[in-house]
Design a protein around this ligand. Structure first.
Ligand SMILES: *[C@@H]1O[C@H](CO)[C@@H](O)[C@H](O)[C@H]1NC(C)=O
Ligand SMILES: *[C@@H]1O[C@H](CO)[C@@H](O)[C@H](O)[C@H]1NC(C)=O
Ligand SMILES: *[C@@H]1O[C@H](CO)[C@@H](O)[C@H](O)[C@H]1NC(C)=O
Ligand SMILES: *[C@@H]1O[C@H](CO)[C@@H](O)[C@H](O)[C@H]1NC(C)=O
Ligand SMILES: *[C@@H]1O[C@H](CO)[C@@H](O)[C@H](O)[C@H]1NC(C)=O
Ligand SMILES: [Zn+2]
Length: 505
């Protein structure tokens, strides 16, 4: 009884406040579970301070070209890829590489030939290659020297080829005993589903000419120690590429796992490491964040916000909502995006909303009436197709937007109390001043300041500041988290960048 009295007293005013806040509720609140209502718009204005500056964040919408490629993602193709990959017996990293019907070598060659096929329609713009090396015995999960091979399809950007976006899934598989490389390990969900995402994206993009470079990769040896992705990330680093994003898809095969059905069907989790994850940020960012806040504004987390925003703006063609999780990966677990983070590249991980551990790493068997095993029958190809669209919408948008602004700063010279009697009155106050550099990106025709209360997952507001290199706004830096992002001619935006304190602008 007491509970209900408390409930009525404490929650009712909030409910009313919500009602008022949702008068301008955007159309993208249409999916089951209304994740966005929770993420974005949970009374953002109830969080102090209220402001009339800028506008409530409106996710950018897909253009016609993006709508076309999103519509081209085909669940039947996804099914074809996952069924084929599940048919090689095992795809364990140490399994045979000299059979054309079983083992990881057969899977590798099949993926390569499929990708070649996509590339044949690309007018020579998509290049497919092996990225491989010999991994020696490591005293852990590699017991004899083995060739580790990533299969990569690359479309160079027309305007900014050195800027790269990577999507990947891992094509190796495992059983309960991670060293058992001969017995059946279909790996349909973990991670033929992620490979299907990368391959299906490659197929629909083959004829396209993005402004920045897009890479679609099937990587190997994830289960043996992230070896394939580490090799790919290092290869890209050594080649001098500026990798502005890595979309890792690992276990993206179904939304059918209980509980929370049917919300799961339209939800994908996205993990992004904070600034404290080793090597994911510069030491400067980590130190600054420790003292001024912004630990949830790492490049990876800002990429996550970007991905979730693009999915929201394109929800009618994507059909998926992105649940942002401020964590490098599932608790004490890992994946290929960590290899990219280690090289200083923003990497994030997609995983289905609720995992079923009976269908992951398990030896195929029936026990106590339960079917164990990572079997094709537990994969929902429509779900994986929606995951592919979620990846594609954001990766395509980023690859056609300007690069992220660089040297983004927040001034320490304006908007503070006076320090002595000679402090000029015009620099005393509540203003916040930001400045940044374009990195000479001809694609950038404007900039946006975005912000949110410190506890919100997603940006709540944006302000178009035009084609300038600095802006001063009457918003309190004590209370809000800010980001600056570049805007292209057609309105396509880059992910946002955390401003760091600088002596002045
Ligand atoms: C095929 O590979 C296996 C190890 O994976 C090896 O034992 C066998 O000798 C190889 N066969 C041929 C014909 O090379
Ligand atoms: C893409 O760019 C790389 C690096 O400049 C170059 O080696 C490669 O040949 C290019 N690929 C295509 C298909 O143009
Ligand atoms: C991580 O950063 C440290 C310090 O800068 C560096 O010594 C190390 O090589 C980095 N690790 C990788 C994998 O890049
Ligand atoms: C700073 O903001 C507070 C609260 O809005 C206001 O009372 C004060 O006058 C402002 N100070 C300056 C110098 O603008
Ligand atoms: C960013 O700042 C660094 C250090 O001050 C400087 O070396 C670099 O040229 C700047 N980059 C741009 C694009 O302005
Ligand atoms: Zn996996």
């Amino acid at each position: 009884m007491h509970f209900w009295i408390f409930f009525a007293a404490a929650v009712l005013p909030l409910v009313l406040a919500h009602g008022a806040a949702y008068d301008d509720e955007p159309a993208w609140h249409g999916l089951p579970g209304n994740l966005y209502t929770e993420q974005w718009a949970t009374c953002p204005d109830a969080s102090w301070p209220p402001t009339s500056i800028g506008q409530r964040l409106q996710p950018q919408e897909p253009d016609a070209e993006l709508e076309d490629i999103l519509a081209a993602i085909d669940p039947n193709r996804v099914e074809h890829i996952i069924s084929k990959l599940a048919s090689f017996g095992t795809r364990h990293t140490l399994s045979t590489q000299n059979s054309s019907t079983e083992g990881i070598g057969a899977a590798r060659d099949w993926i390569y030939h499929e990708m070649q096929n996509f590339a044949s329609s690309s007018d020579g713009n998509m290049e497919v290659y092996f990225n491989s090396y010999i991994q020696g015995i490591d005293g852990e999960r590699i017991t004899f020297p083995v060739k580790i091979t990533n299969v990569v399809a690359q479309i160079n950007g027309t305007d900014d080829p050195n800027r790269v976006y990577v999507v990947s899934g891992h094509y190796d598989s495992r059983r309960i005993d991670v060293m058992d490389y001969t017995n059946e390990a279909p790996g349909a969900d973990d991670d033929a589903s992620g490979v299907a995402v990368a391959m299906e994206m490659a197929r629909v993009c083959a004829k396209k000419r993005p402004k920045a470079t897009m890479i679609f990769a099937a990587v190997s040896a994830e289960e043996q120690g992230l070896y394939g992705s580490a090799h790919l990330a290092k290869t890209l680093k050594r080649a001098g590429y500026n990798v502005e994003g890595h979309w890792n898809n690992d276990i993206v095969g179904t939304g059918k796992n209980e509980p929370f059905s049917p919300i799961n069907d339209y939800t994908i989790r996205l993990f992004g490491a904070s600034v404290f994850y080793p090597n994911s940020s510069t030491a400067e960012i980590t130190d600054t964040a420790a003292s001024t806040g912004g630990w949830n504004d790492s490049p990876a987390q800002n990429l996550g916000r970007y991905i979730s925003e693009i999915a929201a703006g394109a929800w009618e063609s994507v059909g998926m909502q992105v649940a942002l999780i401020y964590r490098p990966d599932r608790f004490l677990r890992g994946g290929d995006h960590l290899s990219f983070l280690e090289q200083g590249f923003p990497g994030v991980r997609f995983t289905e909303a609720v995992e079923n551990f009976a269908h992951q790493h398990q030896n195929t068997r029936e026990q106590d009436g339960i079917q164990y095993g990572d079997l094709i029958e537990f994969v929902d190809f429509d779900y994986t197709a929606r995951v592919a669209r979620t990846n594609l919408a954001s990766m395509w948008s980023a690859a056609n937007a300007p690069r992220m602004p660089v040297n983004v700063s927040i001034s320490q010279a304006i908007g503070f109390p006076a320090t002595d009697k000679d402090t000029p009155p015009e620099i005393v106050g509540n203003d916040s001043q930001f400045c940044w550099s374009t990195g000479n990106d001809p694609l950038a025709v404007g900039y946006e300041l975005v912000w949110r209360p410190t506890g919100n997952l997603q940006w709540t507001h944006s302000l178009d500041v035009g084609n300038v290199r600095s802006v001063t706004v009457n918003l309190p830096k004590d209370d809000l988290q800010f980001g600056v992002r570049a805007v292209g001619e057609d309105g396509k935006k880059s992910p946002a960048v955390l401003p760091l304190p600088a002596e002045s602008c």
